[in-house]
Design a protein around this ligand. Sequence first.
Ligand SMILES: [Ca+2]
Ligand SMILES: [Ca+2]
Length: 151
Amino acid sequence: MKKIEMIVAILLGTVVVFYSCSDPAGPKKNLGPPQITWHSVPDSLRLPVSADSLTTALLRVEVSDPDGLSDISSVYFYSRKPDGQLANGGNAFPLNDEGKLGDETANDGIFSTGIKLSSGNQVGTYIFTFYAKDKSGNLSEAVKDSIEVYK
Ligand SMILES: [Ca+2]
Ligand SMILES: [Ca+2]
């Protein structure tokens, strides 16, 4: 008798779990914003000595989202120059997870892009602020890092 009661309880439990997991009506809810879980930015960079060469570096951030990587719509950063002005006219720079522009592996959640410095760039501290956005417009918390640029 006790055994049967237990089996019934387990079956009922299964039914309750099944019902709470299924979403019979309404649009699919977004479970939350993306999160930047890791990032890689060089500590310092030296400007090229000659005018016709460039210093290049790779910026990488790892992103996750409770709805899965397919929910990520964009990953980008702003760069503030040593004089306090935003680079690129205040527009964001995109990072990609498509295996291009320095991104090693496509669709692995690590978004990358290269940056280039010429001999005419300012020396001093460049501040980078990274964001990730999902397809519902949820924004991650900002992640900041900086590069010390010297001659
Ligand atoms: Ca999401
Ligand atoms: Ca990647």
